[in-house]
Design a protein around this ligand. Structure first.
Ligand code: ATP
Length: 134
């Protein structure tokens, strides 16, 4: 609908602005579970986990892979600050596949010099990118 109220979505990482658009609805991977934000939503700040941000606008859904971070909602503006985030079309599938295999190998080896949590997080990021790209 042409007269639908919109809200500004900005997704920012330390190296670039990934997304800036006026959109209808944003669904976010909150640390306590997925939640949706429409214009005029109550103000909030929430941590995000590794997951997919879904942007609903003009009948289309855009997927953005995010590796955790924070979201602030205020005055019909949604700001995501993340360590890394990629739109579906920006994801390098070969790179994510290689990262997944590397992490899986590290976890399978479980040597004394392996940081298990780090490898598990790398595996989650890679699987999330592959899911978002697909
Ligand atoms: P890798 O081991 O491949 O570097 P990673 O999960 O350790 O993966 P991050 O530290 O999360 O990578 O990201 C570093 C930068 O590289 C970020 O800017 C992120 O957007 C980008 N990036 C990482 N993996 C991919 C990918 N598969 N496609 C596109 N960009 C990627």
């Amino acid at each position: 609908m042409a007269d639908e109220k919109l809200q500004r979505l900005e997704i920012v990482t330390p190296v670039r602005k990934v997304y800036t658009e006026d959109v209808r609805m944003v669904v976010l991977p909150g640390s306590e579970g997925e939640f949706g934000v429409l214009p005029d939503h109550a103000a909030l700040v929430s941590a995000l986990k590794i997951g997919v941000i879904r942007v609903h606008h003009e009948g289309k859904v855009t997927k953005i892979a995010v590796s955790g971070g924070f979201v602030e909602v205020r005055d019909s503006k949604v700001t995501v600050l993340a360590n890394s985030a990629e739109r579906q079309d920006q994801i390098d599938v070969d790179r994510a596949t290689a990262a997944k295999e590397r992490a899986e190998q590290r976890l399978a080896t479980q040597g004394a010099d392996i940081d298990v949590i780090r490898a598990e997080m790398a595996l989650k990021r890679a699987m999330n990118r592959l899911k978002s790209a697909g």
